[in-house]
Design a protein around this ligand. Structure first.
Ligand code: MIG
Length: 661
């Protein structure tokens, strides 16, 4: 059951797809005070687990920390950071009875989940203007499913988006891009996507390409497609201030950019230097910005990633003057600290108080709706794709997001690092993201910041085999980490090959989850309620209806401990096409998993389809599938053309019965 409690005058965030009637009476859980801002508190029992918060730091169980919901560009995801790129204000207090809470509030909000007091959940924000949805149900899993119905269907990408992609900040020349494709193709390493980071543009101007490197961009796009490669250009939020750049000129003329209180266009310095932010909260401006994607779709592009849309700001002219004055003074009186305003985040500097949106609810200052910017930038594209080619699916994922954006695109989890702990964080986030509707998701495999190592990349790829977005991405200046940069390439060929062997299964499970409002990655406790050990397990995850994942995430390990809530078939894909299969009894086991092996566990009585390895999604032969799993088990295989939106009904899917050889 979902009850909506309305406080004050909420901003229409459009996170929720349908309409829920407002409830009256008191909350079934906790207390609300609206005296000094908004404050929700509830007691946490010793055994309670708190799930949720989507893309957030720390555990699957969010207890014991304080999370700030305020979309922030922070590139060092240490254990202590509280704010990340997304604002996913949904959580579940799971105990003897479970309750889901969605705080639909678009500005900064703080989730103190047993941080100040271990027995108290406190959710606070500045203004008592919000919708609070309270969901009761028979289990946390049931609550997630109800929540997912409330917020509407998840985005569905084209099938090629389930292939492997290579990316790196720093590819610039035509030769750079062709060299990467050569590196993959010559070494028979699978690849479907090549990402274009900011250097493909002309002076970082959105929807332009560097004409010297790409004199005939459509021809380049077509040439790549002939090699089985989809190009995925990045789009940044800020539009370069430059007279004569048509998008800038038109945006200024039509007043489509965010403005200051005095009506002038707000200036934020980002990669191109001074930029203006398209006012994506204004439906007319949003449609205009979305229509710009057509420049690239006309060139044959079918895939995009949206970046810097928290929005990230390096500095503003307003604050540089002030900062300079402060700096000078600090140097004079000796009070200089490394925490000078210039080093602070835009939110702390007050940048978000400097500009306004013309939204469906009237003029609103950015800080009051801050968390909706990335959502609406991606929505701009999603709505435009509907106009550009209504039957076609486009690949779209974003760095910043709010619940509601899951209907328009996926997410990547931003600037992680080449740290072992980030493999585990990746796994935990997948389940939390799925709770909030974000199914198409993934992390920068191998790690974005810092130098990767061969073993880290291999272990991370073995998890990435199962994440819908499977992309190797790294930062400028870090060690090159394309799969062909390392010795014994056949290990990489093998691990990537497993992705393609499992592709019919992974795609089928994705589609079932998307069309059925289900999760792809689930905490063990959602599948084995009542199992105390399962409730404690955060380094294993259920995937789809058939398998359990237990990736290796520590260096120099030859395997790991794993907990089996029931009997399972332990499967390891070994190089050379050998598949190790071993039935394991419920309980704890140590399983050996070599660096070049991909492990998974098939649940008792289930089976999964398997294709032959392929180098592109298009080359996966679904007419010659075999199965892996328990004798007599059957599997319903979802299939469609992977391009259009005429999805197959479940009753029209074929059923495979193991063994298919
Ligand atoms: O300020 O476009 O998270 O994936 O490579 C950095 C350059 C801007 C941040 C993204 C990252 C991307 C990088 N961008």
């Amino acid at each position: 059951m979902i009850a909506k409690y309305v406080y004050g005058a909420p901003f229409p965030t459009e996170a929720v797809a349908g309409e829920a009637a407002a409830a009256s009476g008191s909350l079934p859980i906790g207390e609300v005070s609206t005296e000094d801002g908004f404050r929700f508190t509830c007691r946490l029992e010793k055994e309670d687990i708190v799930y949720g918060l989507g893309e957030a730091n720390r555990g699957l169980n969010k207890r014991g920390f304080r999370y700030v919901s305020s979309c922030t560009d922070d590139r060092m995801h240490t254990e202590t950071i509280q704010a990340m790129y997304a604002a996913h204000n949904f959580l579940i207090v799971a105990g003897r009875e479970s309750v889901g809470l969605f705080f639909d509030y678009p500005a900064r909000m703080v989730f103190d989940v047993g941080y100040t007091r271990m027995d108290t959940l406190a959710v606070t924000c500045q203004r008592a203007d919000l919708d609070l949805y309270v969901i009761t149900g028979e289990s946390p899993y049931d609550i997630v499913r109800q929540f997912r119905r409330l917020i509407g269907p998840s985005y569905i990408p084209p099938k090629f988006a389930f292939g492997f992609g290579q990316s790196r900040w720093g590819y610039k020349t035509r030769a750079d891009f062709c060299g990467v494709v050569d590196g993959y193709r010559k070494n028979r390493l699978p690849l479907d996507m090549l990402y274009l980071d900011i250097d493909y543009m002309d002076h970082y101007k959105d929807f332009t390409v560097n004409g010297e490197e790409f004199p005939d961009f459509p021809a380049f796009v077509a040439e790549m497609k002939d090699r089985g490669i989809y190009l995925v250009p990045i789009i940044d939020a800020g539009v370069k201030v430059e007279k004569g750049y048509d998008i800038y000129d038109e945006g200024v003329e039509k007043r489509y950019f965010c403005q200051r209180a005095d009506g002038s266009d707000f200036v934020a310095a980002v990669w191109p230097g001074d930029t203006h932010f398209p006012d994506v909260l204004n439906p007319e401006a949003r449609a205009w910005f979305g229509d710009q994607y057509r420049i690239l779709t006309d060139a044959g592009i079918e895939a995009f990633w949206n970046d810097m849309n928290e929005p990230s700001i390096f500095y503003t002219p307003e604050l540089t003057a002030q900062t300079r004055a402060q700096m000078e003074k600090a140097f004079r009186d000796g009070s200089y600290t490394p925490n000078m305003p210039a080093r602070k985040k835009p939110e702390a500097r007050g940048d978000y108080e400097l500009f306004y949106h013309r939204s469906i609810a009237g003029t609103v200052r950015h800080d009051q709706v801050h968390n909706l910017y990335g959502f609406n930038m991606t929505r701009a594209a999603g709505e435009a794709f509907e106009r550009i080619d209504p039957d076609r699916r486009f690949l779209m994922f974003s760095r910043s997001s709010y619940i509601g954006m899951h209907r328009y695109g996926g997410v990547w989890t931003g600037d992680n690092c080449s740290w072992w702990s980030h493999i585990l964080l990746n796994l935990k986030m997948m389940a939390s993201l799925n709770m909030c509707g974000f199914l198409y998701a993934g992390a920068d495999l191998g790690g974005f910041g810092e130098d990767t190592t061969r073993d880290l990349l291999l272990r991370w790829l073995a998890l990435g085999v199962f994440t819908p977005l499977m992309r190797n991405h790294s930062a400028l200046g870090t060690r090159e980490q394309e799969c062909y940069q390392f010795e014994d390439l056949e290990d990489f060929r093998h691990v990537l090959g497993v992705r393609y062997r499992l592709l019919p299964y992974l795609y089928s499970e994705y589609m079932k989850a998307a069309l059925g409002g289900d999760m792809l990655f689930k905490p063990l406790a959602f599948v084995y309620p009542g199992d105390k050990m399962a409730a404690q397990t955060e380094d294993q995850m259920m995937f789809g209806g058939e398998i359990m994942l237990a990736p290796v995430y520590t260096q120099n390990a030859s395997g790991r401990y794993v907990y089996l809530p029931e009997e399972m078939l332990f499967v390891k894909f070994l190089p050379g096409g050998v598949i190790h299969q071993e039935t394991l009894a419920p309980g704890h086991h140590y399983v050996e998993i070599a660096l070049n092996e991909v492990p998974m566990f098939i649940r008792r009585g289930r089976c999964v389809p398997l294709a032959e390895p392929a180098e592109t999604v298009g080359a996966v032969d679904a007419s010659r599938l075999t199965t892996l799993g328990y004798e007599g088990a059957s599997y319903v295989l979802y299939e469609d053309d992977g391009v259009h939106k005429n999805y197959t009904a479940l009753e029209d899917c074929r059923t495979l019965k193991h063994p298919v050889r």
